[in-house]
Design a protein around this ligand. Structure first.
Ligand code: HBI
Ligand code: FE
Length: 288
């Protein structure tokens, strides 16, 4: 049983942070981390953007069990000024954005149990730290995440949080990127999941469409299953450029546009792979 100490809200501070309590992890919890990391690293080898695994190495994330946030922060803070802070679970949107805007990444510290390695109701430390933290060593990605936090605080005031959440979902969580190495994963929701790693890149079923900011902001997403559509950036610099402008006029413009279903393909899309849709079709037959 996971120690409740890692999701304990008794000692929670005003910014929702807690102490990681690294000494309280059991041997089994460290072993769970190692099993997950030892599965993902070889699977990601030719599937994730090349800097990701270099950063996993630099942060010494694979061999030693659940990482010590203080040790991660020595490397991370020196490289890009980011720190990882421990939180007990999902935190309120405004708190989440405020942390990002100040280059603090809120990470949960509890870990899933060994008999539910592929089942996650909410993000745990493997998703948050293995999935999200490596790319915070990349200077351009590091800036993008901070800008997202600042944009979140603004979007809340403008009633446009859903638009911005879609951008986060389809980039930070489920983004793909294209370079000379071909199509690669960079989203944390993919990189921390064995099933989604293979599905996102190798499966015929999902659409893979070139990233377009307004298109993404119109598109609903699935939180309960693999994605029907992945959006593909041309590297982090291109993503930063595409998201550099003030979103205020975009939010107003989008009010006249309808939302798009997760699997929709538009005539205006640059389609890199037209998905067969087979996976979700068989799922809906099964539940009909
Ligand atoms: N809290 N700990 C944590 N992790 C998240 O990814 C997170 C959160 N709170 C809000 C949130 N994400 C999202 O709703 C925003 O990106 C919109
Ligand atoms: Fe996440």
């Amino acid at each position: 049983m996971p120690l409740e100490i890692h999701r304990d809200t008794a000692d929670i501070k005003a910014d929702f942070t807690i102490d990681q309590n690294r000494d309280a992890y059991t041997e089994e919890e460290h072993a769970t981390w190692r099993v997950l990391a030892e599965r993902q690293v070889p699977l990601l080898k030719d599937r994730v953007v090349p800097e990701f695994l270099a950063h996993v190495d630099a942060l010494d994330m694979d061999g030693g069990g659940v990482p010590d946030f203080r040790r991660l922060n020595e490397t991370l803070n020196a490289a890009t000024g980011w720190t990882v802070v421990a939180v007990p679970g999902l935190v309120p949107d405004a708190t989440f954005f405020d942390h990002l805007a100040n280059r603090r990444f809120p990470a949960t510290c509890f870990i899933r149990s060994m008999d539910e390695l592929d089942y996650l109701e909410e993000p745990d430390v493997f998703h948050d730290v293995f999935g999200h933290v490596p790319l915070l060593l990349d200077p351009v990605y590091a800036d993008y995440m901070q800008e997202y936090g600042k944009g979140g605080l603004k979007a809340e005031d403008q009633g446009a949080l859903e638009r911005l959440a879609r951008l986060y979902w389809y980039t930070v969580e489920f983004g793909l990127s294209r370079s000379e190495d071909g199509m690669r994963i960079f989203g944390a929701g993919i990189a921390s999941s064995r099933g989604e790693t293979v599905f996102a890149l190798d499966d015929e079923s999902p659409n893979r469409i070139s990233f377009d900011l307004e298109r993404v902001m119109r598109t609903d997403y699935r939180i309960d299953d693999f994605q029907e559509t992945f959006f593909v950036i041309d590297g982090f610099e291109a993503l930063r450029k595409a998201t550099a402008e003030d979103f205020t006029p975009i939010y107003s413009r989008l009010e006249a546009e309808s939302d798009l279903a997760p699997g929709a393909v538009m005539a205006t899309d640059t389609v890199l792979h037209r998905g067969s849709g087979a996976y979700h079709a068989s799922r809906s037959r099964a539940t009909a």
